[in-house]
Design a protein around this ligand. Structure first.
Ligand code: MG
Length: 249
């Protein structure tokens, strides 16, 4: 069952989304060569708490940090560490979430650390664009898989691949609610979208093959072929008009 949020609940989720957007901004401004991912985690946690929220990821199924930091061929769920120091030419994916008054917001972005080749820049651009292609489908009357299809078409049209094993999700009083939202599939299938549905859309896009594997720490997911991977995510509400991106900066 997909939980419909009331206007009052949506107002709280908007606050959680605002916190996530502000933390995203703070992190993006801080990321530079020489910085460890642990330092970024500390900045994220401090900022989330200063804004009166709680980090959504800390302790979630035992996750030991407030953000996920995934470098280069790492796809998602990388654990911040003082041993992981960013270098010029890396790409870094940051996934972050906040809880305000019992409601969650979730977002992710990938940035280039210093200069990266043109093709890598394109990977980041295409991944973010595909997220917005999905968001564009979050309108009353559309079907769930219209989102999936829009994302996949854009990514594969650009010559990249979408990860199959991890998917977007409903979000509200829990970080992961129904439905699951794959980033691939045919259009026109699944539940009809209604006002008050809130989803975290999150395409994970690989430069090479879509296959991924979980590392020895039981968290970090990497591309199987070692190719680079990017990740963008927003928490978005279906309204009676334009989709509302709750985590927009
Ligand atoms: Mg998510």
């Amino acid at each position: 069952m997909i939980i419909i949020k009331s206007d009052r609940e949506l107002a709280v989720m908007r606050k959680a989304g605002r916190v996530v957007a502000l933390v995203w901004e703070a992190l993006e401004g801080a990321i530079k060569p020489g910085m460890s991912t642990k330092e970024l985690d500390t900045l994220a946690e401090t900022t989330i708490r200063r804004l009166g929220a709680r980090p959504a990821f800390l302790g979630y199924q035992g996750f030991p940090a407030s953000i996920c930091t995934s470098v280069n061929d790492e796809v998602v769920h990388g654990i911040p560490s003082e041993k992981v120091v960013l270098e010029e030419g890396d790409i870094l994916s940051v996934d972050l979430g906040a809880i305000v008054d019992g409601f969650y917001a979730d977002a992710a972005f990938t940035v280039a650390v210093g200069k990266v080749p043109r093709e890598v820049k394109r990977l980041l651009e295409v991944t973010e664009e595909s997220l917005y292609k999905g968001i564009e489908m979050m309108r009353e009357g559309r079907r769930l898989s219209d989102i999936s299809h829009a994302i996949q078409s854009h990514v594969e049209g650009a010559g990249f691949s979408v990860v199959r094993q991890y998917v977007g999700h409903g979000i509200g009083r829990s970080m992961h609610e129904e439905p699951q939202i794959p980033n691939f599939g045919p259009p026109g299938v699944g539940p009809v979208l209604r006002k008050g549905m809130v989803f975290a859309l999150e395409p994970m896009v690989n430069m090479g093959h879509w296959k991924v594997q979980v590392g020895p720490d039981d968290w970090t997911v990497r591309t199987e072929d070692g190719s680079l991977s990017a990740h963008f995510e927003h928490t978005v509400a279906v309204t009676d008009g334009e989709p509302e991106v709750l985590t927009r900066r």
